[in-house]
Design a protein around this ligand. Structure first.
Ligand SMILES: *[C@@H]1O[C@H](CO)[C@@H](O)[C@H](O)[C@H]1NC(C)=O
Ligand SMILES: *[C@@H]1O[C@H](CO)[C@@H](O)[C@H](O)[C@H]1NC(C)=O
Ligand SMILES: *[C@@H]1O[C@H](CO)[C@@H](O)[C@H](O)[C@H]1NC(C)=O
Ligand SMILES: *[C@@H]1O[C@H](CO)[C@@H](O)[C@H](O)[C@H]1NC(C)=O
Ligand SMILES: *[C@@H]1O[C@H](CO)[C@@H](O)[C@H](O)[C@H]1NC(C)=O
Ligand SMILES: *[C@@H]1O[C@H](CO)[C@@H](O)[C@H](O)[C@H]1NC(C)=O
Ligand SMILES: *[C@@H]1O[C@H](CO)[C@@H](O)[C@H](O)[C@H]1NC(C)=O
Length: 270
């Protein structure tokens, strides 16, 4: 690997295109570690980045720690940093992703063990469970007053205890759906609005497998990545100060953009 060569004095008199080639080559060597990489059905790229359990993040890091994905398994599935949250797809244009809990992605029907809180399973910041999700309620421990009405799906047969599913309107982490829960203990989980629209509570298993929508604000609220890219840089993250860093041609780090370096280059190559 070529280490950082100091610019030979001759470079100053080389044609600009040669200088550019030199710089591009140099940037490539510095950045291999953070380049977009395929995992399963999608590409991991900024603000996401590929990490691994045995691999401490580089400094500056390829991105914010919350966007670190681990890619593994027979058919390459991505998890959020090895957690139970699996990433099924990413829409970079919409700043959103579809995720599911690993309890539901396996062959065993996880609905029987669904008595947990999805919000607290997620390292939420800077992600938001989209308000477009619908709430799938699961009712259990009903003390003999099992709900049997319209809209309640009986999942008891697949579990070793009575459990019932109900589609309960929009998902809101802080506001339980207003449904009749009788003497049951219940939990409610986000499921994709687009799937819920063509499903009933009886489809609880495929709904849980299909996951739910998370979104993030632009670059995750972490600096102005587009401005850095527009100035010819690549976005990085400095864990030490918790802020975006802009990696500029030649390997220089800047706080926001490479504009000052470009201006210097224009002076050199003029
Ligand atoms: C990977 O996918 C193929 C085809 O979809 C399937 O036959 C195989 O069992 C999968 N492997 C694992 C480890 O899941
Ligand atoms: C990739 O997409 C195919 C087809 O949509 C799907 O069957 C498969 O499970 C997906 N693989 C992963 C790892 O999500
Ligand atoms: C789920 O967890 C979130 C975040 O920890 C909390 O705000 C919410 O009240 C919890 N919901 C339930 C039903 O416990
Ligand atoms: C739910 O299903 C179980 C087993 O299939 C059955 O014993 C029970 O009576 C059903 N409960 C209701 C309320 O339908
Ligand atoms: C809940 O249980 C109590 C006592 O066990 C009973 O009086 C009440 O009717 C039950 N509520 C419902 C909605 O079944
Ligand atoms: C169900 O009954 C148990 C034991 O009688 C009680 O501790 C529990 O609070 C009851 N659950 C509900 C939701 O009423
Ligand atoms: C929901 O379940 C019904 C009955 O099992 C099935 O016909 C239908 O295709 C399912 N819908 C979805 C969206 O999976």
């Amino acid at each position: 690997m070529a280490a950082a060569h100091p610019l030979p004095p001759a470079v100053v008199s080389l044609p600009a295109s040669l200088l550019l080639l030199f710089l591009l080559h140099h940037v490539h060597v510095v950045d291999a570690e953070c380049e977009p990489v395929a995992c399963g059905n999608f590409t991991i790229k900024y603000p996401f980045w590929l990490g691994a359990p045995s691999h401490p993040p580089p400094e500056p890091s390829c991105g914010h720690p919350a966007f670190e994905l681990w890619c593994g398994g027979g058919n390459a599935s991505a998890s959020m940093r090895g957690s139970a949250i699996q990433v099924l797809s990413i829409d970079y244009g919409a700043s959103s992703l579809v995720a599911s809990h690993s309890r539901f992605s396996g062959r065993v029907d996880g609905v029987c063990r669904a008595d947990f809180n999805m919000s607290s399973s997620l390292a939420l910041s800077p992600f938001n469970i989209s308000p477009s999700n619908m709430a799938l309620c699961l009712l259990f421990d009903c003390n003999g007053t099992e709900p049997g009405g319209r809209g309640y799906a009986n999942a008891t047969a697949t579990c070793d205890r009575p459990i019932f599913a109900y589609l309960g309107g929009r998902y809101d982490r802080d506001t339980p759906p207003s449904i009749q829960t009788g003497n049951c203990t219940y939990t409610y989980l986000p499921v994709l609005g687009s799937e819920a629209a063509v499903s009933t509570a009886a489809n609880y298993s495929s709904l849980l497998k299909a996951g739910f929508l998370l979104d993030w604000a632009g670059t995750g609220g972490i600096g102005d990545c587009p401005a850095c890219v527009a100035s010819g840089g690549q976005c990085r993250y400095r864990n030490a100060i918790g802020a975006l860093a802009c990696l500029c041609p030649g390997g220089k780090l800047r706080g926001s953009t490479c504009a000052d370096i470009q201006a210097a280059d224009r002076l050199i190559t003029r």
